[in-house]
Design a protein around this ligand. Structure first.
Ligand SMILES: Cc1ncc(COP(=O)(O)O)c(C=O)c1O
Length: 409
């Protein structure tokens, strides 16, 4: 158990942070792409394979039962972590992308008709655009796009104006992966539901930074990925209100999700969440994800938010002082994601030169091409912080970016 705000103590929990890159200590600032894993998560996955590995829901033997218990327990932990009323509202999937595909596919079958509207925003990650385009193509529904403000927020007035009697679905992100801006999700969900729309919230970039409470948010569906919340890759969470999961048709079929299979009488399916989990799931991944939730609970969301707020307040003005640097998403309500361009320097060159200094950032369009087009740019350099980053690392970023600005001046 560590003392609050002891960053060094927290960093000791993450073995990879001791890595050196090109003779420099690793400064990992690509947390929006994927986060690093604490020893507790590594141990949980390792421990499962060492002591508990068996297939779930199938065997009468000890290991199968132990694995089943651990998997079910992981579902209950995740439910508690996001404030779901019941573990049966948690579907384990491969990641947010699969979750959105599952919902879009299901709603295309059971809800959408020709002329219906699906309201998205111009900021969405491609994972929350393309599955809806496919659903629209299949059903004759229409995609409607709410605009963004020049400073990188969702234009709430435009969003509300575009909610109409034909809006069946509203799907939007909680926090922008490209800019870090936090959207007024509670209000958007409330307005969309008042308009009669089913709401999916993409919590990929909010869940790593602050406490998500699906009961308070009131959304019908919510998705996030394990690897962005300090858990393993290949596992994610789809939360769905019980009645929606009951109504949604199956997505993939095969073993374990079935009730009875007969060549004569056809096949019947299990109830949710099992009906959406065909085949052997990522059992170790679910257990690792639950360990990540427990770890974040131990650190405390209040401490995480305070530490990240301090980092953001430290780095933002220092970056903005650099000649030729333009910061996108420079607003009050944001998580510590700094997305910027430097006059005359390609974002990929920024990323490559920073890497030589041991600093890992992301450069490009961040799977948000419509947003980049809106700003008239090909991409940005994005430094995204987590609670284990330090003020010294922020200073190292600023010094390296300043050096690049001078090199290209
Ligand atoms: C806002 C947002 N939505 C969806 C995704 C897709 O997540 P995954 O690739 O883990 O499925 C990401 C990943 O970058 C994201 O940032």
């Amino acid at each position: 158990m560590h003392r609050p705000f002891d960053t060094e103590c927290i960093r000791a929990d993450f073995p990879i942070l001791r890595t050196e890159i090109n003779g420099n200590p690793l400064v990992y600032l690509d947390n929006a792409a994927t986060s690093q894993k604490p020893q507790a998560v590594i141990d949980a996955v390792d421990g499962f394979y060492r002591t508990t590995n068996g297939n779930i829901h199938r065997g009468v033997h000890h290991l199968s039962q132990a694995a089943t218990d651990a998997y079910d327990c992981a579902r209950a932990t995740v439910a508690r972590f996001i404030g779901a009323a019941d573990p049966h509202e948690i579907v384990f999937i491969r990641g947010a992308t699969e979750g959105i595909n599952l919902v879009a596919h299901g709603l295309a079958e059971c809800l959408l008709r020709e002329g219906d509207e699906i309201l998205l925003t111009r900021m969405e990650h491609h994972a929350n655009i393309v599955p809806w385009q496919m659903a629209a193509r299949k059903t004759g529904a229409r995609i409607v796009v709410a605009d963004v403000t020049p400073d990188g927020r969702i234009d709430l007035e435009d969003f509300c104006r575009k909610l109409g009697p034909r809006t069946r679905i509203a799907a939007f992100m909680h926090v922008s992966n490209a800019l870090g801006t936090i959207h007024p999700a509670e209000e958007m969900i409330c307005r969309a539901r008042q308009a009669g729309a089913v709401v999916l919230l993409d919590a990929c970039q909010s869940a790593p930074h602050f406490r998500i409470d699906v009961s308070a948010l009131g959304c019908d569906f919510l998705v996030f990925s394990g690897h962005k919340v300090f858990g393993p890759t290949g596992i994610g969470v789809l939360y769905g209100k019980g009645d929606w999961l009951a109504r949604l048709p199956v997505y993939q079929t095969g073993g374990d999700m079935v009730d009875r299979v007969s060549f004569e009488d056809g096949t019947t399916f299990r109830d949710a969440p099992e009906k959406f989990e065909a085949g052997t799931p990522d059992i170790a991944g679910a257990i690792g994800l639950a360990a990540a939730c427990d770890y974040l609970d131990r650190v405390g969301s209040g401490h995480i938010e305070a530490a990240e707020k301090e980092l953001l307040a430290h780095v933002t003005p220092r970056l903005k002082e650099i000649p030729g640097l333009k910061l996108y998403g420079d607003v009050d309500r944001k998580v510590p994601v700094l997305s910027f361009t430097l006059d005359g320097v390609h974002p990929h060159d920024i990323g490559t030169i920073l890497d030589a200094d041991g600093i890992a950032i992301r450069a490009g369009h961040h799977c948000a091409q419509p947003l980049m087009r809106h700003y008239g740019i090909a991409g940005t350099a994005r430094a995204s912080f987590a609670f284990y980053n330090t003020v010294e690392e922020a200073d190292a970023l600023v010094a390296s970016v300043r050096k690049i600005a001078k090199m290209f001046a």
